[in-house]
Ligand binder design. Structure first.
Ligand code: PLI
Length: 470
């Protein structure tokens, strides 16, 4: 068992500087292709960074999902995979880790987060009901809509403003929830979908106080709350850092309290939990668990593996434990902050405050001359790749998709390009290179032209859409 260190290593020495609480045992070479080859690769990919080949990428900041470097303990755990079809011992390890750190009663494993979203949406939404959420997430909202639900955004207004420095920009506006209850009645609300941290707002946290108040409001009306716990451990770090009364509590204690205000959670274990694949749905209600356990065998796999290999469940169980180490989280969020502070010092517009898993460049502020319908954030991701082979992703109008009823583009206020930092993968020197690349693209912003979409898939278009230069 790893020991939770009460102080980070830098604090123990009584000095300001700190470093990652690990050393590197295995390396993977990187390569940079020429600018002419990058131009060709980008055209072949239809100016969509999701369609680039990984071999053509230098520093890959597409996502923090499944891109984590596992520890030696996790790799050792991979060798202990019990690949039984039913009742794998690794499932019971995973169940115990989830119960210990997240505190829910029942576990339904899934292949990744969207598998859990599918099961929850099918089990808990009746067609015609509303689902309130603190800002949409792409796959989460789609599964809610496919189950016949209507998503309603109840995040505080500050979340839609890249410059607002609210410390808990992911918070739910309880008045917005109350208004929907007054307008449609509590029975028309399937549940509250509470994401922590809020990915699309810039990795912004939700405070403990807000979760507690939301629980009280929902108790009055008999409404359930389900967390999207994908980055809940990162959320706990912000509570420890910013919320009165939590400075001396461990991340594990904070997470347990936070989860106690909800009725269950969906999880993409490819993020916080330091694994490369996996997910789960956790529930406290037995009837709902029974329903989800029945659905999982249709869509994912048996209820004791849910689409994961035994070895993956073992790596995940160990990853959950490692993710709760205060030292780990300080280094993880510290690295994101290092990059964000460099960019801020250089006057480059990014979402403030700096969030947990990524830096979000404000593409509207980069390119005020490119209208939203000409995809400024998609353009910025393409320009960054072209400049330096760094892969980022669009989080603006393309990701927001179309209105399920009218078919028109959803036009989010936030038009962002995300530099997502994989956990335990890149060094501070890589962050310096990234910052210099962003600066070079910023310095050429006035001559940059937008894009037009020439192919649009029906679902989650940002993954596979193709563009051409205007
Ligand atoms: O990619 P999945 O299916 O394991 O998980 C879906 C998912 C659910 N909720 C949240 C907050 C996510 O961030 C998420 C996946 N995010 C991806 C892939 C990302 O690049 O942010």
């Amino acid at each position: 068992m790893l020991q939770t260190t009460p102080q980070t290593m830098g604090q123990q020495f009584g000095r300001r500087s700190w470093a990652e609480p690990w050393k590197i045992k295995m390396v993977e070479p990187l390569r940079v292709i020429t600018r002419a080859d990058r131009e060709r690769a980008l055209q072949d990919a239809g100016y969509n960074t999701f369609l680039l080949k990984s071999d053509d990428v230098y520093i890959d900041l597409l996502t923090d999902s499944g891109t984590n470097a596992m520890s030696d303990r996790q790799w050792a755990g991979m060798m202990l995979g019990d690949e039984a079809y039913a009742g794998s011992r690794n499932f019971y390890h995973l169940e115990a880790a989830m119960q210990k750190y997240y505190g829910y009663k029942y576990l339904v494993p899934t292949h990744q987060g969207r598998g859990a979203e599918h099961l929850l949406s099918q089990a808990a939404i009746k067609p015609g009901q509303f689902v309130c959420g603190n800002m949409y997430f792409t796959t989460t909202r789609l599964h809610q809509e496919l189950a016949g639900g209507t998503f309603t955004d109840v995040i505080i207004d500050e979340a839609h403003d890249p410059a607002s420095t609210h410390p808990f920009k992911g918070n739910v506006d309880l008045n917005k929830v109350q208004k929907l209850i007054d307008a449609v009645g509590a029975s028309k609300i399937a549940y509250i979908s509470l994401a922590v941290t809020v990915n699309m707002a810039g990795g912004q946290p939700v405070s403990m106080e807000n979760a507690r108040a939301l629980r009280a409001l929902c108790n009055q009306h008999g409404i359930k709350i389900f967390l999207d716990a994908t980055r809940a451990m990162e959320n706990a770090y912000f509570i420890q850092e910013r919320e009165a009364g939590y400075q001396d509590k461990s991340l594990a204690e904070i997470l347990r309290e936070f989860c106690s205000y909800s009725d269950g959670a969906t999880m993409s274990a490819k993020k916080d939990s330091l694994a490369n694949i996996g997910g789960w749905l956790a529930l406290n209600d037995y009837d709902l668990f029974e329903e989800a356990s029945n659905l999982v065998v249709v869509y994912e796999g048996l209820h004791t593996y849910g689409g994961m290999a035994g070895r993956d469940m073992e790596a995940l169980a160990i990853g959950i434990e490692e993710s709760a180490q205060d030292d780990h989280m300080r280094a993880r969020i510290g690295q994101v902050r290092y990059l964000g502070e460099l960019l801020t010092d250089w006057g480059i517009p990014i979402v403030q405050p700096i969030g947990g898993h990524a830096i979000f460049l404000d593409a509207r502020a980069f390119y005020p001359h490119i209208s939203q319908d000409e995809f400024p954030a998609q353009t910025l991701a393409a320009e960054l790749y072209l400049d330096s082979g760094i892969r980022s992703m669009e989080r603006g109008i393309v990701s927001a998709g179309r209105n399920a009823k009218t078919g028109d583009h959803n036009r989010p206020k936030l038009e962002l390009t995300r530099l997502t930092i994989p956990r335990r993968v890149y060094t501070q020197a890589h962050m310096d290179v990234v910052a210099e690349a962003v600066k070079a693209v910023y310095d050429h912003r006035e001559t940059t032209r937008g894009l037009k979409m020439v192919f649009e898939p029906k679902y989650l278009r940002f993954f596979q859409a193709r563009f051409e230069r205007l």
